[in-house]
Design a binder for this molecule. Structure first.
Ligand SMILES: [Zn+2]
Length: 170
């Protein structure tokens, strides 16, 4: 990996994103672009993919903004029921335009139910595909909330993501 450029310009940038959506009946559960079988799904203006939203906000944060709400306002008809994978691809175009590449991305999904252990490999593979990264650069961890808080009470699912960007050209 390239280190600092002459003139001391920062080459590496870190970003953090978090998201939470309420679990409701009559919605599909989509996490990282993967449909997970469950009796409920996440409520939101778009497809409410909390993991992809956290990833988007991490990437945008590492670039110094804007944030996901600035870019995809939830009062815009255009984004109603939107496939968050498509939104992520738009963000990837912004990233490339600004001359950044992704070094790696690490994520956590917190869900009391359903148990996601059996799906995290598939979710990581789909995320890697959407981001155009090799599989080892993308990590997806799944954990429960130990019965605590809204996630622990099965009312919501949350996600966190951190991303490391490298400036590839400037
Ligand atoms: Zn969201």
């Amino acid at each position: 990996m390239k280190k600092k450029k002459k003139g001391g310009q920062d080459m590496l940038r870190v970003g953090l994103g978090t998201d939470i959506h309420r679990l409701v009946k009559s919605r599909p559960l989509i996490l990282g672009g993967v449909r997970v079988p469950y009796e409920k799904g996440l409520k939101g203006h778009s497809d409410a993919d909390a993991l992809i939203h956290a990833v988007i906000d991490a990437i945008l944060g590492a670039m110094g903004g804007p944030d996901i709400g600035d870019l995809f306002p939830d009062d815009r008809e255009e984004f109603k029921g939107a496939d968050s994978g498509v939104l992520l691809k738009r963000v990837m175009r912004i990233l490339k335009r600004r001359g950044f590449g992704i070094v790696n991305i690490d994520t956590v999904i917190t869900a009391q139910r359903p148990r996601l252990g059996a799906y995290k490999g598939k979710i990581a593979a789909r995320l890697a595909e959407l981001l155009g990264l090799s599989r080892p650069r993308v990590a997806v961890k799944a954990k429960s909330a130990e019965g605590l808080d809204a996630v622990g009470q099965k009312k919501a699912i949350s996600a966190q993501a951190v991303v490391l960007l490298v400036k590839e050209n400037s």
